[in-house]
Design a protein around this ligand. Structure first.
Ligand SMILES: NC(=O)c1ccc[n+]([C@@H]2O[C@H](COP(=O)([O-])OP(=O)(O)OC[C@H]3O[C@@H](n4cnc5c(N)ncnc54)[C@H](OP(=O)(O)O)[C@@H]3O)[C@@H](O)[C@H]2O)c1
Length: 329
């Protein structure tokens, strides 16, 4: 099969190159999927450049421990392991190969076939394309868990999303609205109309105004950019408000790891982090929101598999509007 292999760390268009590999064999609880679409997420950017450098301790010192990037997948089942009863060859599915960390010999999805744990796979929502389904996996599920479970957004609450036009933000705006919140999105001028079209009642153009300097107070702030210190963003919280810290940041050595570690270590009730959990239940929940029309997947651009390096470079520009999709079939 065709697969995009990574040789070392660096510029995505140089280190992500097309090669050939054996089609993998699924284990007892796994499913072999013909990849129709995948999409680009932050872990792919981190592993391609090896930045923040501190994460090389996990990703690999000189090159990533696993050579194939990508974790979101939408495609068609080719074969199932001996203990898999919920899927059969020919089923259209979506899910994730992400195990929660960068692991040696982990499967990727920038390739034509991949192996997915059956527990991290669900049937693709009817009427939703492969590109959209793949694009809803990491970003859609993480935004859903952030709004519904971690922040517990309730009808009538005021929610601010910083980075409202990105992969996470476009989902978070729509999900907060679906939960009945009054939503404020923060983005640049060119994305104001997009964020409004997703349902945000208020949009702050960060080229014109800075939300920490404004008077409004919010029950939930989701910070997907972390361009302000967490203590500054927390300044716009209402009493008992919750700040969701959700960015790897721009610092080349440490990223936002110190703030994230602080929030995780002290289990601050006001500063919270979010963890992507690609369970079947979570996939079905985001699938139901897509199928009901409450949430749509914003795709900035779709690249062919051979141009996976260009797709990662696009996301690294930090200007992506919604998801970057990769079409593999
Ligand atoms: N917890 C988890 O499991 C998990 C999972 C996935 C991702 N994440 C985290 O979520 C973060 C966001 O991911 P993403 O996929 O949404 O990123 P993304 O798609 O690359 O974000 C790009 C967007 O950020 C906006 N942006 C850039 N600078 C901004 C600023 N100063 N203020 C407001 N918006 C700004 C851009 O809009 P403009 O062009 O308008 O500036 C663009 O639309 C990542 O850092 C990642 O670490 C966490």
């Amino acid at each position: 099969m065709k697969t995009i292999m990574q040789s070392g760390y660096g510029d995505p268009e140089h280190v992500l190159v097309e090669g050939e590999a054996e089609v993998p064999t699924p284990g007892d609880d796994e499913v072999l999927v013909r990849v129709h679409a995948t999409s680009v997420n932050t872990p792919d950017c981190i592993a391609t450049r090896g930045i923040p450098y501190a994460l090389r301790l996990e990703v690999g010192l000189r090159a990533p421990v696993s050579p194939v990037r990508g974790s979101d997948v939408a495609g068609v089942v080719v074969a199932v392991g001996s203990r898999v009863t919920d899927f059969a060859p020919g089923d259209a599915v979506f899910g994730s190969v992400w195990t929660g960390r960068f692991e040696r010999d982990a499967y990727g999805t920038f390739c034509e076939y991949t192996v997915v744990p059956a527990a991290q796979l669900a049937h693709k929502p009817a009427g939703i394309s492969f590109d959209e389904s793949a694009g809803a996996v990491m970003s859609g599920v993480t935004a859903l868990l952030a709004m519904r479970d971690v922040a517990g957004v309730r009808a009538g609450q005021k929610v601010l999303i910083n980075g409202a036009s990105g992969g996470l933000g476009t989902f978070a705006v729509q999900i907060a609205r679906a939960l009945g919140a009054e939503v404020t999105g923060v983005c640049s001028t060119r994305n104001v109309e997009l964020v409004r079209s997703l349902g945000a009642q208020h949009v702050i153009d960060y080229t014109q105004a800075s939300y920490p300097e404004m008077d409004a107070r919010y029950d939930v702030v989701m910070d997907n950019v972390m361009n302000h210190p967490a203590s500054v963003s927390a300044g716009v919280l209402a009493d008992a408000g919750v700040l969701l810290l959700n960015s790897i940041g721009a610092h080349e050595w440490l990223g936002t790891l110190p703030s994230m570690a602080f929030a995780a270590l002290f289990k601050s009730r006001r500063w919270r982090t979010i963890r992507f959990v690609p369970s079947r239940k979570n996939l079905e929940d985001i699938g139901a929101l897509l199928q009901s029309g409450a949430v749509r997947v914003v795709i900035d651009r779709t690249y062919p598999l051979a141009d996976a390096g260009k797709a990662v470079a696009h996301m690294l520009s930090r200007r992506a509007r919604g998801q970057i999709a990769i079409h593999a079939a």
